[in-house]
Design a protein around this ligand. Structure first.
Ligand SMILES: [Zn+2]
Length: 201
């Protein structure tokens, strides 16, 4: 139990002041809870921290996949799939479609959930959708240097921005060869030796 609390605590974003009233916060386990939280010393607001959902898309066009080269940090200049944090009030496929439009000026249709990827070391869950790229049209958005429609052999495997993108593309091309796309799920974690470990379900 103590190890679980320590692990949980080490993944919290540091907070000094209450975002509600501005008073200092302290760390304690609220009554009825079993994990330490930041709790305001003045207004008693409990500041829960929970994982964020990143929604993304695998835009497909005539057997090729649309990749974007990042024009922003982190991983400036490396290749990724269109993806980003969900906004409040959005659905996951709407978020995936919006990110694709923003990053690649591309419209995707018929979105189908393809992959759920747990990244517990950075408190994120990726939800990746397959989508049909309308008329194969795309161009670089504000956060993108260039876009490219890639066959499997054209994917810049050594210049991918994130392990979750590599995992998604590896699974996708594996499934494409067989012509079936079951829902995929993997845990992608940074181990004690700082190496990325992938566990597929
Ligand atoms: Zn407060």
């Amino acid at each position: 139990m103590f190890a679980a609390i320590q692990a949980h605590q080490s993944r919290q974003s540091i907070m000094n002041f209450c975002s509600h009233c501005g008073a200092p916060v302290h760390v304690r386990i609220p009554e009825g809870d079993n994990l330490p939280r930041y709790v305001c010393t003045a207004c008693a607001t409990i500041h829960y921290q929970n994982p964020k959902i990143v929604a993304g898309c695998i835009p497909e066009w005539q057997g090729r996949v649309l990749l974007c080269r990042r024009a922003i940090e982190p991983r400036y200049g490396l290749w990724t799939l269109p993806a980003g944090f969900m906004e409040n009030g959005e659905t996951t496929p709407a978020a995936a479609a919006r990110e694709t439009l923003e990053e690649a000026n591309a419209v995707v249709k018929d979105l189908e959930l393809y992959g759920v990827f747990n990244l517990p070391h950075i408190n994120q869950v990726y939800m990746l959708f397959r989508g049909r790229l309308q008329e194969g049209q795309a161009s670089a958005g504000a956060e993108t240097l260039e876009v490219r429609l890639c066959e499997e052999a054209q994917v810049p495997w050594d210049e991918l921005a994130f392990p979750v993108i590599r995992e998604t593309l590896e699974l996708f091309f594996e499934d494409r060869r067989r012509g079936v796309y079951p829902l995929r799920m993997s845990d992608i974690m940074r181990g004690a030796d700082n190496r990325i470990e992938v566990r597929r379900y």
